[in-house]
Design a protein around this ligand. Structure first.
Ligand code: SF4
Ligand code: FES
Length: 247
């Protein structure tokens, strides 16, 4: 395939950015999207030009490092991570617009790399959970109903990629936060700090500059792990419960 790429280039957080156009030939439909960018970067380096900076690590859809706006969609046209998107989703002659995550709380570091440290600070604000240390407890000492265990496991698949924020017109991190709150809130081990956890996490979320949720649903549509929208209901329920308890 021959493609035209329009890519956001920005030297650093303080500089003005702009779209740059590149032509690329010989793109195989079997390449991943990031491999296609690797090829572009090899060509740029061969010409003595600065390669395009973008984030990636596992390239297997599990670490959450990758993330690009591709033709205006977080992670592109498929429900998957950018690293698991393949060029067979495009056709010869296509023009592809590639931008960094769009959110005030994720400032651009360089080109397509953004700083997602705000997510780490939300997790950090949630604090610890109380568990007994020492030898391994007997397997049935803390029974967890099967449905609760499945629900906790499913929402624990959130990889912290930030697509939900990038897709949300309000730049809200409510889906990400709801996944974390639901994960711990379903389990006995998550109960002792349940009230303080939700209050602290929501406070940090707002402090970081993420917007509020208005039930638009773009977050769950963009989420590569299909985290359901109802985790935000759980988040709100827990927050109201904490307030009723005097926090
Ligand atoms: S909720 Fe989904 S889109 Fe948001 S950070 Fe987690 S995995 Fe990514
Ligand atoms: S690079 Fe790890 S999820 Fe994409």
């Amino acid at each position: 395939m021959r493609l035209t790429l329009k890519i956001w280039r920005q030297a650093d957080a303080a500089s003005e950015g702009a779209m740059h156009t590149y032509e690329i030939d010989d793109v195989s439909e079997d390449m991943s999207f990031l491999e296609m960018l690797d090829v572009l970067n090899e060509e740029l380096q061969a010409k003595g030009e600065e390669p395009v900076a973008f984030d990636s690590d596992c390239r297997e859809g599990i670490c959450g490092m990758c993330g690009l706006m591709i033709n205006g969609q977080a992670h592109g046209p498929e429900v998957t991570t950018t690293c698991q998107l393949h060029m067979r989703s495009f056709k010869d002659g296509d023009e592809i617009v590639i931008e960094p995550w769009r959110a005030d709380a994720f400032p651009v570091v360089k080109d397509l790399c953004v700083d997602r440290g705000a997510f780490d600070r939300i997790i950090q604000a949630g604090g610890y959970i109380s568990v007994n240390t020492g030898s391994a407890p007997e397997a049935h000492a803390t029974p967890v109903p099967r449905d609760d265990a499945l629900r906790a496991f499913n929402v624990a698949t959130c990889i912290g990629c930030g697509a939900c924020v990038a897709a949300c017109p309000n730049g809200s991190a409510s889906l990400f936060m709801g996944a974390k709150i639901t994960h711990l809130g379903e389990l006995p081990q998550g109960q002792p700090e349940r009230d303080t956890r939700v209050v602290e996490m929501v406070g940090q979320h707002d402090h970081e500059g993420f917007g509020g949720c208005t039930n638009i649903g773009e977050c769950t549509a963009a989420c590569p792990k299909e985290i359901p929208l109802d985790v935000i209901s759980r988040l709100n329920w827990d927050l109201h419960a904490a307030m009723r308890h005097g926090l």
